[in-house]
Design a protein around this ligand. Structure first.
Ligand SMILES: NC(=O)C1=CN([C@@H]2O[C@H](COP(=O)(O)OP(=O)(O)OC[C@H]3O[C@@H](n4cnc5c(N)ncnc54)[C@H](O)[C@@H]3O)[C@@H](O)[C@H]2O)C=CC1
Ligand SMILES: O=C(O)C(=O)COP(=O)(O)O
Length: 590
C-alpha cells in the first residue's frame, strides 16, 4: 500500500469509515513520530474511487472528477437501476431530477461515502437516511444563484407582458394586440419570500426595475435587507400588500404548501405569483382555484410538486400561467460553475477533507481543524481505551467527557472531538462505523448518552486543550484500578509534542504514548517489577515502546503502563499475569 502524507484535515471523513468493500480502503494512522509535526498518513488506495454522475454535469466538473476517480455518467437511470449501481460507487452526483431516498443508501451496502447535489435544493435527498448511513451530503450552494435570480426576473417581466402567450398566439397565425395588454412593474410592490442568496439578488434587480421591494424571511438579518433598501415584514403583511410575490425559500416541512387557500384569500385581488423555488411550497390545486376566481391574476412557475407535471395538469394548461421546465439554474455559466463547485466538494470529501458545503455534518473551518488534529487522535484513542476497560456484560450508557482548556466555550469547537470519542467508544465493540456525520446518531441509537463538560483553566489559551478526560459511569471494569474515586472508569490524556499521551488511569497518574498496544498492570510497588515484565516481553519478542509507573506512594499500589509495538502472544500475556505481585492486568489495542 502506498503511504502518502496529507494535511491534517484529511482525517476527518474517510478515516472514520470501516470499508465494507475491499476496493477502496482509507485509513489514517496516528501521527508520524515527528515531534511538533501534526502530519497524518493516508494509507490509500487499492483502486480509484468510483463516482456515479446520475444527471448531466458541466464538462469542467467532469474533468476534475476524472483526475481523481473513475467516473460513470449514467443519466436517466430508473430507481431500480440506481439502487443496483450504487453498491459499486463511492460517490453519487445528482441534480434535482434524482430521488436519493433511503433505499439508495440501504442498497449501497455501506460503500457510498458522499452524495453531491449539483445545485442548492437538497429536498430530493433523504438527509436522515444519509446521516444514519454515515454518508456525507454536499451541495453547490453559490454557483447558480445569479442564474436563478435572473430566471425569476425573466418570469416576472415576461408574465407581466404576456410574452409566452403572445409568442404562442403569433405563431398560431394570430395578431392579438388588444388581448395581450400587460401591467407595468414600476412602482409595484414585490414581496420576496425567502431573503437568502437568490431572494436577495432578485430584490436587487427588482429595485433596478423601479419596484418597491419588501421581503419575508424569519431567519434573515434585518440589516442585510436594510442595506439594499428592503424592509423585512411578516408573512401576512408580505402577502397582503404585494402586487407580485416571488418565492425563494427552501422546501421544508414548514414551507410545504405555505401558499394555500387561506393565504391566497389574504392576497390582493389580481396578485401575480412567481415560483423559482420548489413546487411544493404552493398548494397547486389551491392556486388553480385562486386563478379561476381571479384572486391571482397570473402565475409564472419554473418548479412543480411533481416534475415533470402531468400533461393535462390544469395548472400548467391554465391560460394565465406561464411555465418553464425547472430552468432556473440552467445557464451555461451556472452549469459550469455548479459542476466545478460540486466536483471539488466531492473530491475533497473523498480525500477526507471537511467540506465547506457539508449539509449533514458540522462545518469545521480548516484552521480549527488543523489545530485540533492531534486532539482528534487523542480523543479517539481515549474512547477506544475506555471502552476496552469495561467489564463484560456492563452496557455503556453514560459517558462524560471533560475538556480542560484556557479557552472560552466559544473558542473551542468540540463537536469533532466528541465524534471521535464516540467512534472510539463504539467501533471496538461493534461492527458499526462511525464518522463525523453519524456519530451523534449512532450514539443515540445505541442508547449512549454523552455529556460534555468544560474545566476552564487559567493561563495561556495558546494550547486549545490541556487534557481530555473520558469517564464511563455505572459499569464494571476488567481492570478495577481504572475505576476512579467517583466510581466511574476514567482515562485522561494530553497531547505532548503533537502526540497523544495517556496521563491518567482511574486515580493513577501514568505517562505513556498512545501508539501500538498497551498493557496495564496493577501491582504492589516493589523493586524488580519493570525488569520482570520487560524480560517476559523480550522473551516473547515484543518490543516495548514506552513504560511508565504511577503509584499512590512508594511500596504501595502502583499501575504500570507499557506501550508495546506488537501484540504479545497468549503465553506471554499469561506469564505476565502469573507474576505473583501483579494483582490486575489487561491488554488493550489502541
Ligand atoms: N429553479 C431552480 O432551478 C433553482 C431553484 N433554487 C431554489 O431556490 C431556493 C432558494 O435558494 P437559495 O437562495 O440559494 O437558498 P438560501 O438558503 O440562500 O435561501 C433560502 C432562504 O429562505 C429562508 N427561509 C427558510 N424558511 C423560510 C420560511 N418559512 N419563510 C421565508 N423564508 C424562509 C432562509 O432563511 C434563507 O434565507 C431553494 O429552494 C433552491 O432549491 C435555487 C437555484 C435554482
Ligand atoms: O439548485 C437548485 O436548487 C435547483 O433547483 C437547480 O436544479 P437543477 O440542478 O437544475 O436540477
Amino acid at each position: 500500500m502506498a503511504a502518502a502524507t496529507s494535511s491534517p484535515s484529511s482525517l476527518v471523513f474517510t478515516s472514520l469509515r470501516k470499508p465494507k468493500t475491499p476496493s477502496f480502503t482509507w485509513r489514517i494512522s496516528t501521527p508520524l513520530r515527528h515531534p511538533k509535526k501534526a502530519t497524518f498518513i493516508v494509507m490509500s488506495m487499492d483502486a480509484k474511487p468510483t463516482v456515479l454522475v446520475a444527471e448531466k454535469l458541466g464538462q469542467a466538473g467532469l474533468e476534475l472528477l476524472k483526475d481523481f476517480a473513475n467516473v460513470d455518467c449514467s443519466y436517466n437511470l430508473t430507481p431500480e437501476e440506481l439502487c443496483t449501481k450504487i453498491s459499486l460507487c463511492d460517490a453519487l452526483i445528482v441534480r434535482s431530477g434524482t430521488k436519493v431516498n433511503r433505499e439508495v443508501f440501504e442498497s449501497s451496502g455501506g460503500r457510498l461515502k458522499v452524495v453531491g447535489r449539483a445545485g442548492v435544493g437538497i429536498d430530493n435527498v433523504d438527509l436522515s437516511a444519509a446521516t444514519e448511513h454515515g454518508c456525507l451530503v454536499v451541495n453547490a450552494p453559490t454557483a447558480n444563484t445569479v442564474a436563478a435570480a435572473e430566471h425569476g426576473i425573466a418570469l416576472i417581466t415576461s408574465m407581466s407582458r404576456n410574452i409566452a402567450q403572445a409568442d404562442a398566439s403569433i405563431k398560431a397565425g394570430k395578431w392579438e394586440r388588444n388581448k395581450y395588454v400587460g401591467v407595468s412593474l414600476v412602482g409595484k410592490t414585490l414581496a420576496v419570500m425567502g431573503f437568502g442568496k437568490v431572494g436577495t439578488e432578485v430584490a436587487r434587480r427588482a429595485k433596478g426595475l423601479g419596484m418597491h421591494v419588501i421581503a419575508h424571511d424569519p431567519y434573515a438579518p434585518a440589516d442585510r435587507a436594510r442595506a439594499i433598501g428592503v424592509d423585512l415584514v411578516s408573512f401576512d403583511e408580505a402577502i397582503s400588500t404585494a402586487d407580485f410575490i416571488s418565492l425563494h425559500m427552501p422546501l421544508t416541512p414548514s414551507t410545504n404548501k405555505v401558499l394555500n387557500d387561506e393565504s391566497f384569500a389574504k392576497m390582493k385581488k389580481g396578485v401575480r405569483i412567481v415560483n423559482v423555488a420548489r413546487g411544493g411550497v404552493i398548494d397547486e390545486d389551491a392556486l388553480v382555484r385562486a386563478l379561476d376566481a381571479g384572486r391571482v391574476a397570473q402565475a409564472a412557475l419554473d418548479v412543480f410538486t411533481v416534475e415533470p407535471p402531468s400533461k393535462d395538469s390544469k395548472l400548467v394548461q391554465h391560460e394565465n400561467v406561464t411555465v418553464t421546465p425547472h430552468l432556473g439554474a440552467s445557464t451555461m455559466e451556472a452549469q459550469e460553475g455548479v459542476a466545478i463547485e460540486i466536483a471539488e466538494a466531492v473530491v475533497g470529501a473523498l480525500k477526507g477533507e471537511l467540506s465547506a458545503t457539508a449539509v449533514n455534518a458540522p462545518m469545521v473551518p480548516a484552521e480549527v481543524l488543523s489545530e485540533l488534529a492531534p486532539y482528534v487522535v487523542l480523543a479517539e484513542k481515549l474512547g477506544r481505551l475506555a471502552v476496552q476497560l469495561v467489564g463484560g456484560g456492563s452496557g455503556v450508557k453514560t459517558v462524560k467527557v471533560t475538556y480542560a482548556s484556557a479557552r472560552g466555550p466559544d473558542d473551542l469547537d468540540t463537536r469533532l472531538l466528541r465524534a471521535m470519542i464516540t467512534k472510539g467508544l463504539i467501533e471496538p465493540v461493534s461492527s458499526a462505523f462511525v464518522n463525523l456525520v453519524n456519530a451523534d446518531f449512532t450514539a443515540k441509537q445505541r442508547g449512549i448518552r454523552i455529556t460534555e463538560e468544560r474545566v476552564l483553566l487559567d493561563g495561556s489559551p495558546e494550547n486549545p486543550i490541556e487534557y481530555v478526560q473520558v469517564q464511563i459511569a455505572n459499569v464494571e471494569s476488567r481492570f478495577p484500578s481504572a475505576i476512579s474515586e467517583t466510581g466511574d472508569i476514567k482515562v485522561e490524556g494530553k497531547v505532548k509534542d503533537g502526540l497523544p499521551h495517556l496521563t491518567k488511569v482511574g486515580s493513577f497518574d501514568v505517562d505513556v504514548s498512545m501508539e501500538g498496544n498497551l498493557i496495564l498492570c496493577k501491582q504492589v510497588d516493589q523493586p524488580g517489577m519493570i525488569g520482570k515484565v520487560g524480560t517476559i516481553l523480550a522473551e516473547g519478542n515484543v518490543n516495548v515502546s514506552f513504560m511508565s509507573v504511577g503509584r499512590i506512594a512508594p511500596r504501595k499500589q502502583a499501575v504500570m503502563a507499557i506501550g508495546v509495538d506488537e501484540k504479545p502472544s497468549k503465553e506471554t500475556l499469561k506469564k505476565i499475569g502469573n507474576i505473583p505481585a501483579i494483582e490486575e492486568f489487561v491488554f488493550l489495542k489502541l
